[in-house]
Design a binder for this molecule. Structure first.
Ligand SMILES: *Cc1c(COP(=O)(O)O)cnc(C)c1O
Length: 445
């Protein structure tokens, strides 16, 4: 689980950090080692009560371990504990955050977007929809039924009407349904999900962009989970084109703490038109202006924010640049291959029926059974049984209007079905699909 070389790297890094402050009078705070040791042991024991998210046999929810370089840089920065609210609080880390944003923007061929890191995708989407509402007051926001539930909730917070449009059987937004909504004339913003959290479905952005020739609306791309797949080489043509087309949207959310190898607490929002910065304007007497530059506190809704997140992300992008064909991109391709491989193995199995072919790295599958209810019961039992065998899966409830297409022979005695879901986010999953299917077959029998 732990490669102790990380601790050595942290120690060396701290030594280098300390030399930057060596001309101050000596000051090293002490502490009660024994008292802390006792608490730390207790914490370590409490933390044993977790699923092994770092292990390839964790093939359930959307959880990906941070890269060691992110963990080390994050931990190291805590000895300074910078606050990226204002330059006074985080001089170096604010500059690093801005550099990260330039590189994240460049991934979508955006030159120097207005953007910043956030606590996560929820806060990032909140800011994007808040700006959307300011630009289109009194108009609705629409997103797909498979969009993250955060959009309807955020819209409620912002008091902007929100409606969900249906998806096709592959989980992508139904563009005809989008157009019917646009015809009503009161839609200000369409949220396209570039990788839905449940199914990993990528909305058909090209067709939605084409509707702009007939209707005036804003497009917000929620790429919290899927955004980094812009760099992947192994996508289908349709999916790849959707990511390329993100260049033409108005705002983008991408979560470095999903596929960007970061510890939690790292989302990102970017706006193509930097002029929307005017909505953030405030004149608090508490934030000081130590430089003529626009500081991050002027373009964020959150005030205090961890500089550590920016430091960790900067370190990760330094080690693994966001380039097509690079090592970071190759790791995403490994996840894509893992998902396709598991899907193929499930197709060949006598016990499972996978739903749509994975567009990204999420596989959703039902357990074979005569009826919907029995299939759901078997999925829940398998989930428990797999846990006992050290294989960790996730469950997902789907409407039969969608899942039914993939289960043509099942007797529909319920409106919804419980399926199994595996997010194969770790590149190592590519080497573990044989073991995963073996465990699945054992546990279902
Ligand atoms: C995870 C996710 C969110 C919410 O982001 P958090 O970082 O969990 O706050 C929003 N949209 C999508 C598509 C997501 O996958």
């Amino acid at each position: 689980m732990i490669n102790k070389n990380e601790l050595k790297l942290l120690e060396d890094g701290l030594d280098t950090l300390a030399t930057g402050f060596a001309d101050l009078p000596e000051f090293t705070p002490g502490f009660d080692t024994n008292a802390i040791a006792a608490v730390i042991t207790e914490v370590a024991e409490r933390m044993q009560n977790n699923y092994p998210y770092f292990h390839p046999q964790y093939a359930g929810q959307m959880l990906k371990p941070p890269h060691p370089v992110a963990r080390i840089a994050y931990a190291m920065s805590l000895w300074v504990n910078p606050n990226n609210h204002a330059l006074d609080g985080g001089r170096a880390s604010s500059a690093m955050e801005k550099e990260c944003i330039v590189e994240l923007g460049a991934m979508f061929d955006w030159q120097d977007p207005l953007g910043h890191l956030t606590g996560g995708g929820t806060m990032a989407n909140l800011e994007a929809l808040w700006v959307a509402g300011r630009l289109h007051p009194d108009k609705r926001i629409i997103g797909s039924e498979q969009a993250h539930y955060t959009h309807s909730r955020i819209s409620e917070v912002l008091r902007i009407p929100y409606s969900a449009v249906p998806v096709r059987v592959d989980g992508r937004m139904d563009v005809d349904a989008v157009e019917r909504q646009l015809q009503q004339g009161d839609v200000g913003t369409v949220v396209v999900t570039m990788g839905s959290t449940g199914l990993g479905a990528v909305d058909p952005l090209a067709e939605i962009l084409a509707l702009r020739s007939k209707y005036d609306f804003r497009i917000h791309a929620d790429a919290a989970y899927g955004g980094y797949f812009r760099l992947a080489g192994k996508l289908s043509n349709e999916t790849r084109q959707a990511f390329v087309d993100m260049n033409a949207v108005d705002s983008i959310v991408i979560d470095p703490h999903k596929h960007g190898l970061q510890p939690y607490g790292c989302g990102c929002v970017m706006f193509k038109d930097a002029a929307v910065g005017k909505f953030y304007k405030h004149d608090s007497p508490y934030t000081y202006f130590s430089s003529g530059d626009l500081h991050l506190g002027e373009i964020t809704l959150e005030c205090s924010r961890p500089g550590a997140s920016a430091v960790a992300l900067w370190a990760t992008q330094r080690l693994l640049p966001l380039h097509e064909g690079g090592e970071f991109a190759a790791n995403l391709d490994s996840s894509l291959s893992a998902a396709r491989d598991l899907h193929a193995k499930l197709v060949a199995s006598d016990h499972f029926v996978p739903l749509m072919a994975p567009q990204l790295d999420i596989v959703v599958y039902a357990v074979k059974a005569p009826t919907t209810t029995q299939s759901s019961e078997r999925a829940s039992k398998l989930f428990e049984n797999a846990f006992k065998h050290g294989l960790h899966l996730a469950l997902m409830e789907l409407p039969m209007s969608l899942a039914g297409h993939w289960l043509p022979d099942i007797d529909r005695d319920a409106e919804t079905i419980t399926c199994l879901r595996s997010v194969l986010m770790k590149p190592e999953h590519e080497q573990w699909t044989d073991r995963i299917i073996e465990l699945l077959e054992d546990c279902v029998a």
